[in-house]
Write a protein that binds this ligand. Structure first.
Ligand SMILES: [Mn+2]
Length: 357
């Protein structure tokens, strides 16, 4: 007989959802917060957590908040059609009776307008680590493709009914996060997608996927194409002043599909903030870390392996200030990628303009 024959210690293994609910239990109010300009993953995660809390801890007041704006047309469609009830975060009071849950982001990662509301709970899948002081429960899984996948897991664990509109929102939240190639998704994401699909309202899903776009969308596409430059396998595009901030990420998604390109950086001005978005078509490039180095001392950045976002607040938006910053950003990115910045060329020659037919 060896020491290995000792009886297994009987540890009652709690589901994460049980620990989450136990953390929330003492608080009469729950407020859900996310990153600036919440995306479908953030929005549907909040909606799913509200369903979890309403079912398992009935009687609590649960408020979903919006930091910044709902920018992208798909996201607006989701909020309007599901619908997702949102309060502007600045209109919500945080007192001692309030438990704050942060989803799809972590504290002090430069992704919020204010860090005043200290979360009790953080649920996220980003690689960008935050400050977790005072956080009683956290579920951080950077290998999972979407926060919605984690939330779907909680709903399954606690046998919470998932009506078609919630299933649609969660499905779209996951889909919008894992749709690029190479995929940044795990088997957990695929399991959640398979479980949600038969429960989702496919007509509603199609409406969210295909919203009408404003004229400003096409104006930004034109500006970004006319001001895109190619350096080896990197596209750098200046999108100009934009009317909604998420279009900068859309432009990075657009350019990374160019068959001569592995890296796309799109930069645009929204209000008095220079917004940056990076997309990479290879795995293992650590674009979040690269973008953090690029904006070091200027602003904040973070993200995933293949996708990253950043922001540089400007004290003035004079063209010469922006030109100087664009120069610095391009120089830092290209030297980080060991590319000679004098080897660049304009992506497209100006196209001829015809008379109106
Ligand atoms: Mn996410």
């Amino acid at each position: 007989m060896t020491a290995d024959a000792r009886p297994e210690p009987t540890v009652a293994r709690q589901h994460r959802s049980e620990r989450l609910l136990a953390t929330l239990d003492p608080f009469p109010r729950v407020v859900l917060v996310s990153h600036l300009n919440p995306d479908p993953d953030a929005l549907a995660s909040m909606l799913g957590l509200k369903a979890l809390i309403d079912h398992c801890l009935p009687g609590k007041s649960v408020t979903l908040t919006m930091d910044g704006m709902i920018a992208r047309a798909e996201n607006r469609a989701m909020v309007d059609l599901v619908p997702v009830p949102l309060s502007p975060v600045e209109s919500v009071a945080f007192d001692a009776d309030t438990a704050v849950i942060m989803v799809d982001s972590q504290p002090h990662t430069g992704r919020r307008a204010s860090e005043a509301a200290v979360p009790k709970v953080v649920i996220d899948h980003h690689e960008t680590g935050g400050v977790l002081t005072g956080v009683a429960f956290h579920d951080l899984r950077p290998h999972v493709g979407a926060t919605c996948t984690i939330v779907t897991g909680y709903l399954l664990e606690r046998h919470v009914p998932v009506p078609p509109r919630l299933a649609t929102a969660l499905l779209y939240g996951i889909e919008s996060e894992v749709s690029g190639y190479p995929r940044e998704a795990s088997s957990l994401d695929d399991g959640a997608l398979v479980w949600l699909f038969p429960r989702a309202d496919k007509d509603l899903l199609a409406q969210i996927r295909n919203p009408k776009l404003p004229q400003s969308h096409f104006a930004t596409v034109q500006h970004a194409l006319a001001n895109a430059f190619l350096y080896r396998d990197v596209v750098v595009s200046w999108c100009g002043a934009v009317s909604q901030p998420d279009i900068i990420a859309e432009m990075a998604d657009f350019f990374v599909r160019f068959d001569q390109v592995n890296w796309a950086l799109a930069v645009g001005l929204f209000g008095n903030v220079l917004k940056l978005s990076v997309r990479v078509s290879l795995l293992g490039e650590g674009s979040g870390e690269v973008l953090r180095e690029v904006v070091d001392g200027l602003g904040t950045a973070g993200g995933h392996d293949k996708r990253a976002g950043g922001a540089i607040p400007l004290s003035d938006t004079r063209p010469e200030t922006i030109d100087a910053l664009l120069h610095t950003i391009r120089h830092r990115l290209l030297s980080r990628l060991a590319i000679d910045e004098h080897q660049g060329r304009r992506l497209l020659e100006a196209s001829p303009v015809i008379q109106a037919p």
